[in-house]
Write a protein that binds this ligand. Structure first.
Ligand code: COA
Ligand code: AMP
Length: 626
């Protein structure tokens, strides 16, 4: 038995022993006696009787151990032409001070704080300051518009919002404050204060509840760490579901800290002193776990990059950063590599760069297509490791265990289930299928530490959405299969979630915006293949009888509405008027059939379909063969 199989079996058969040992990677205020609380299935809790502070584990303990001068963050910002290195001690000082600011505003353990910041160190400061006083942060990605922000404000009910005057995108400066003002104006819940970091590139107009970050910090008293229960929430991260309403994925303190430390070492093979770069955004789960918590809890250095893989200034930006900061591990999304490959197909910009510090490239966020895998392997000359996971799990479900037992790589597969995850593939009747047969990918309960214990304020939605379709299992929403060697292949979502440039989006929420146009009778938004972004949304609309509008005008109006309601990240660029949508005889729109066509899958045409000619009209639109 390989070391991997032994570990996987131990975690499966004796999870209490396995995760009890892993818990020694963390400093506890009061150590766990009980590892797993399984009194209330299907809901489980890890380390129910323990207390700790996550910020202590990320910062104070390293400084106390005499490692305060080590770099915690290299902030590299080609979009502002600046760079800054922050030591563990400096980061701790800033975090303690900002924790004092929040405390001074009345924020206490359990209170929520929404963070809407670009990729600047202050985002990490704000997150860790919340963790320090036991407050619950909810970071919202900057590419979301006021409508999405307002939905999160109403669900999380934050006491305070933390933002900046602007974010800097390669093609434009995005003023954040007007977006916050619009969201606060339309939300039902009223936050008490908005803390605004004024960036030199743009000054935000301040209103009655606004507070300047610098001024607040100048008058603040540093705050110490507050012990919380391991089961208390550390953060809420909203993610797209099949309906328009975003789901607040809850992360606890204790299980999460253990999972971060364990996965950084065992999955990614990284440790104290390593320079690690997760080229994502703090607004996504990859950013939470692997820009902020895992590297800092583990005492590594985290590179925080404000820019894009291409265009800031060119497609060689990634290689330059690896050389300049001697990066040991890079983690990004396949779409970033495809964007680089399009600009620099022969890898010419790697020429003359010394990237010998790089040990591994990790890719996640969407399926790693074999072409991208081969290109990256050939040009970087390091193992290219696919890993599959979700906002809900917070860390990899399937990967090649680089720190434990590296295995041969098979392009197209994220390798094997990580210890702690018992993964199965089920058919529509809930039966386990044979190797190579595709089905729904599920994980046997309980999920390991660090995964979601529930959805914010909504146990029922968690149980209905994830734990009911296949009793005893967590249904991932992804489809795929195992091969004969136990390698997992993840082929794509089985629901209405799409993945655009590594960003997870709900077609349901886009459909709600499109359907609100006064001339639209009905619509369907589907993800269609895109060479760079993997998928892009395309809206098919049927006009109301007698509607008379120039298609370009209609398209512009709908694209603007989606941008304003959901945000530029939705990247809806294409609206197509069609005479009808395929429906069953009882009038139900056949979204599953259209999705199968868009994914290039051969799905049998349902016998209940009303009008087969509609399929002939829409097929070229969905497969890009117009
Ligand atoms: N704040 C404000 N606007 C933002 C934003 C932010 N934080 N992030 C993205 N946007 C805007 C962009 O400016 C763009 O607006 P535009 O339509 O006016 O040009 C739009 O949202 C779409 O952005 P994006 O999806 O990033 O597309 P892009 O064409 O600018 O870049 C990639 C494409 C592939 C280079 C880029 O998406 C990328 O680097 N992806 C990596 C994905 C990733 O990190 N995923 C996380 C999982 S690992
Ligand atoms: P998110 O919650 O934003 O991390 O998105 C999670 C979804 O992205 C998963 O449910 C998958 O559909 C997809 N995904 C993430 N990583 C991979 C991967 N390595 N291979 C295939 N799909 C992936």
């Amino acid at each position: 038995m390989t070391e991997y199989r032994k570990a996987h079996e131990r975690a499966r058969l004796t999870p209490g022993d396995f995760w009890g040992e892993a818990a020694s990677l963390i400093d506890w205020v009061s150590s766990p006696d009980r590892v797993l609380d399984d009194d209330r299935p299907p809901l489980y809790r890890w380390f129910p009787d323990a207390t700790l502070n996550t910020c202590w584990n990320a910062l104070d303990r390293h400084v106390e151990a005499g490692r305060g001068d080590r770099p915690a963050i290299h902030h590299v910002s080609p979009v502002t032409d600046s760079a800054r290195t922050i030591s563990y001690r400096e980061l701790l000082d800033e975090v303690a001070l900002f924790a004092g600011v929040l405390h001074g505003l009345g924020v206490r353990a359990g209170d929520r704080v929404i963070i809407y910041l670009p990729m600047i160190p202050e985002a990490v400061v704000a997150m860790l300051a919340c963790a320090r006083i036991g407050a619950v942060h909810s970071v919202v990605f900057g590419g979301f518009a006021p409508g999405e922000l307002a939905a999160r404000i109403d669900d999380a009910r934050p006491k305070v919002i933390v933002t900046a005057s602007c974010g800097i995108e390669p093609r434009q400066l995005v003023e954040y404050k007007p977006l916050i003002d619009a969201a606060v104006a339309s939300a039902t819940h009223a936050p008490e204060r908005v803390i605004v970091l004024q960036r030199p590139q743009c000054r935000a107009a301040m209103g009655p509840i606004d507070l300047d970050w610098q001024e607040a910090m100048a008058g603040a008293i540093p705050h110490g760490t507050v012990a919380v229960r391991a089961t208390d929430p550390l953060y809420i991260l909203y993610t797209s579901g099949t309906t328009g309403r975003p789901k607040g994925v809850v992360r606890d303190n204790g299980g999460h800290a253990v999972a971060m430390a364990w996965s950084f070492a065992n999955v990614y093979g990284m440790g104290p002193g390593d320079v690690w770069w997760a080229a994502s955004d703090v607004g996504w789960v990859v950013g939470h776990s692997y820009i902020v918590y895992a590297p800092l809890i583990s005492g590594a250095t985290s590179v925080m990059f404000e820019g894009k893989p291409v265009g800031t200034p060119d497609a060689g930006a990634f290689w330059r950063v690896i050389e300049d900061y001697s990066v040991n591990g890079l983690f990004t999304a396949p779409t970033a590599i495809r964007a680089i490959k399009r600009e620099d197909p022969e890898g010419a910009l790697l020429g003359g760069r010394d990237i010998s510090s790089l040990r591994t490239l990790f890719l996640a966020g969407e399926r790693l297509d074999p072409n991208t895998y081969h290109w990256a392997s050939k040009h970087l000359q390091v193992p290219v490791i696919d890993n599959w996971w979700q906002t809900e799990t917070g860390w990899p479900i399937a990967s090649n265990m680089r720190g434990m037992a590296p295995m041969p790589i098979k392009p197209g597969s994220p390798t094997v289930p990580v210890p702690g995850y018992e993964v199965h593939v089920l058919d529509d009747e809930g039966r386990k299928v044979a190797p190579h047969q595709e089905g729904s990918i599920v994980i046997k309960l309980p999920l390991p530490p660090g995964t979601l214990p529930t959805l914010w304020g909504d146990d029922d939605r968690y149980i209905d959405g994830y734990l009911t379709a296949n009793p005893g299992y967590y249904t991932s929403g992804d489809g795929g299969y195992f091969d004969d060697d136990g390698y997992l292949y993840v082929m794509g979502r089985t629901d209405d979630v799409i993945n655009v440039a590594g960003h997870r989006l709900s077609t349901g929420s886009m459909e709600a915006v499109v359907a609100a146009h006064p001339l639209v009778a009905e619509c369907a938004v589907l993800g269609v293949h895109d060479d760079i972004k993997g998928q892009v949304p395309r809206a098919l609309v049927v006009l109301k009888a007698g509607a008379d509008i120039d298609p370009d005008v209609l398209s512009a109006e709908i694209v603007l509405a989606v941008r304003t309601e959901i945000g530029p990240v939705a990247a809806l660029k294409s609206v197509i008027i069609v005479p009808a949508l395929p429906k069953t005889r009882s009038g139900k729109i056949l979204r599953k059939t259209m999705r199968a066509i868009a994914d290039g899958r051969d799905e049998p045409v349902p016998s209940t379909i009303e009008d087969l000619s509609v399929l002939e009209t829409i097929t070229p639109l969905l497969t890009g063969r117009e």
